[in-house]
Design a protein around this ligand. Structure first.
Ligand code: ATP
Ligand code: MG
Length: 590
């Protein structure tokens, strides 16, 4: 390809909202162009990269035995009503009406569409397993589209869905997909990590994410320094943190005048923060209601919002302000387990259960806290009969209002539950996610097959996503310098950029053409920078911004039979004899 023939509108101008290198360089390099919030066009170079990634994904999916299909980008809302997600997806699902007032959505994912495709067409266990996938546009009306291709509203995803007659076969496919994804990211030349994940709104159990490690990643990944445990912080676990007991506390009410925060209370009582119980109050948003929920965690812990949201089966959680709490009858600063306003639900972090220590929580009364010992069913608060509502014989039972769940965010330095090693954080970009869905969608949409005994059963399903357009950005987040992109060999639009230093010099120009033809004949993806009116410095600047792995510079040394190879990664130059240039390049790109 000749530079002069390809539409590559590079620019020095930085998009004003671009904080990430991938966003800056992909726009400045003329790979992509923004047309609306979270909506991008791919220009020729961007399209080449996108297609390369798509081809690698397709090849590995086909090799794993999946069938490529294509679902409509537009699906009738009725399918989403069948699954129940018309109600639960919220505003991310873009809905619209056609001229006949029919309701439709732009597909954000395709569980409904695939169940609809398979339902009544696959009827026997003999036709299972089956894995269908597509590489197609998705639309999610993200609340905060940002970071260029990283979090768009319209984006390209590979989404695959498998159907099985039993759980064991689903697990087999799930493991096969994990291996397939590892092959894909390895082929793309990426440094990545497979981690345990939360299953999010799609539901189901057993889910793993694939993260490209990069400082700019939106996700916090917890990794162990001595085994290969890795998890998204939303799903990470640790070995239980011990409570540090500096002083025994007795059961019952304790006066804590004006001491509200964990720090004030623990200083005042001369105990460690881990011996206190902190109340974090959130608004839980459901399909048809919003309610306040209290999450109780140890004073030195941090609430993990995704875990908390899952613990109360809410669609999402929102922060509260003091006014919300006062209106609901809370004693702000003294909120505790016993004596909450009537009807308020609460969840207690599992680590607090059976810790056999008297811990200090709020007493739901201004200027008071309470020493209590928590077990599976309730809290013992000593002989305080009459002073706490719902307390009988020193016991407060949780009954239907409270339960236990893992609520805490693992912190750096915590101990690995698998091996006892030390946990730490790293940042990742989620580029893939695989789920064991089970029968959630097949059951809801009444999609069944007949088993060996002729009995109708809902399909057991898995689903598997790769963020194809996000990968374009992820490659650059992991591979760039202050000058621009550095593509990996399997994603680069061109392997070699031949830069003719002065295109008006006939010898240089002819040599450029000659090397160009020879490299092409050797199947090297090569671009010839033949722009007559661009100066050498400008061409080099473009090479650095565009990030092709190598440049061949044809300049003054041509008179001595020498050209230079520039390695984009190191920017080091090597002189090479003209007759050796092709073999040298073939060697480098092997
Ligand atoms: P995230 O947590 O980043 O919002 P998700 O968990 O909602 O992603 P999935 O439903 O698992 O996403 O979709 C599969 C893959 O699609 C993700 O792993 C990610 O790589 C990609 N993806 C999801 N949302 C976007 C988006 N808004 N823009 C670009 N790619 C996306
Ligand atoms: Mg995901």
């Amino acid at each position: 390809m000749k530079f002069s023939k390809l539409f590559i509108p590079t620019t020095k101008e930085m998009p004003s909202d671009a904080s990430l290198p991938s966003h800056q360089f992909l726009v400045r390099g003329g790979f992509i162009a923004q047309t609306g919030a979270g909506i991008y066009d791919f220009m020729p170079l961007g399209k080449i990269v996108l297609e390369k990634i798509r081809a690698i994904v397709k090849k590995e999916m086909d090799e794993a035995g999946a069938n490529e299909v294509q679902f409509g980008f537009v699906t009738p809302l009725s399918l989403w009503s069948e699954s129940g997600r018309a109600l639960t997806m919220g505003s991310e699902l873009l809905r619209f009406k056609d001229r006949k007032n029919g309701e439709f959505v732009l597909s954000p994912t395709n569980e409904e569409a695939v169940v609809n495709m398979v339902k009544n067409r696959v009827t026997s266990y003999k036709d299972l397993p089956l894995h269908l996938y597509q590489i197609n546009t998705k639309f999610r009306d993200e609340a905060r589209p940002r970071f260029g291709l990283m979090r768009g509203r319209e984006f390209l995803m590979k989404d695959g869905y498998s159907f099985h007659s039993c759980e064991e076969d689903l697990v087999r496919e799930f493991n096969l997909m994990e291996e397939t994804y590892k092959k894909i990211y390895t082929k793309l030349g990426l440094d990545f990590r497979v981690v345990e994940a939360d299953s999010g709104a799609i539901g189901g159990s057993g889910s793993k994410e694939f993260h490209v490690l990069a400082n700019s990643g939106e996700d916090t990944i917890v990794v162990c320094d001595s085994c290969d445990y890795g998890a998204n912080i939303e799903a990470a676990i640790r070995k239980e943190n011990n409570i540090s007991i500096k002083k025994e506390i007795s059961l019952g009410k304790i006066e804590t005048p004006n001491r509200k925060t964990i720090e004030e209370v623990s200083n005042f009582l001369e105990i460690d923060a881990s011996q206190t119980i902190k109340a974090v109050i959130k608004k839980a948003i459901y399909e048809n209601k919003t309610e306040l929920v209290v999450f109780f965690i140890k004073g030195n812990d941090i609430l993990e919002e995704t875990k908390a949201c899952n613990a109360v089966n809410a669609l999402s959680l929102e922060d509260t302000i003091d006014e919300d709490l006062i209106n609901a009858g809370f004693n702000v600063g003294y909120v505790g387990i016993v004596g909450l306003p009537d009807g308020i639900k609460f969840v207690i972090d599992s680590e607090i259960k059976n810790c056999n220590t008297v811990m200090v929580a709020g007493a739901n009364e201004d200027n008071f806290h309470c020493g209590m010992m928590i077990d599976e069913e309730g809290a013992s608060v000593g002989q305080m009969v009459g002073k706490f509502p719902h307390v009988e014989g020193g016991r407060f039972l949780f009954e239907e209002f409270g339960h236990f769940a893992d609520l805490i965010a693992v912190q750096e330095g915590d101990i690995c539950a698998c091996c006892g090693g030390k946990l730490s954080y790293t940042k990742g970009i989620e580029v893939g996610h695989i789920f064991q869905l089970g029968d959630k969608y097949s059951k809801a949409m009444n999609a069944t097959f007949l088993d060996e005994n002729g009995k109708a059963k809902p399909f057991i399903m898995g689903c598997y996503g790769v963020g194809v357009s996000r990968l374009v950005a992820a490659v650059i987040e992991q591979n760039h310098d202050e000058k621009g992109c550095i593509w990996t060999k399997s994603t680069t639009p061109f392997m070699v950029d031949i830069i003719v230093s002065n295109s008006k010099n006939e010898d240089e120009k002819n040599m450029g053409e000659k090397i160009y033809e020879e490299l092409k004949a050797s199947n090297v993806e090569v671009i010839l920078d033949d722009r007559i009116n661009a100066r050498f410095g400008f061409k080099i600047g473009d090479f650095e911004l565009l990030g092709f792995p190598y440049a061949i510079i044809i300049g003054k040394k041509l008179l001595d039979g020498i050209v230079e190879i520039v390695d984009r990664k190191t920017l080091l130059k090597t002189e090479v004899k003209i007759e050796e240039i092709v073999s040298k390049i073939l060697n480098l790109i092997k």
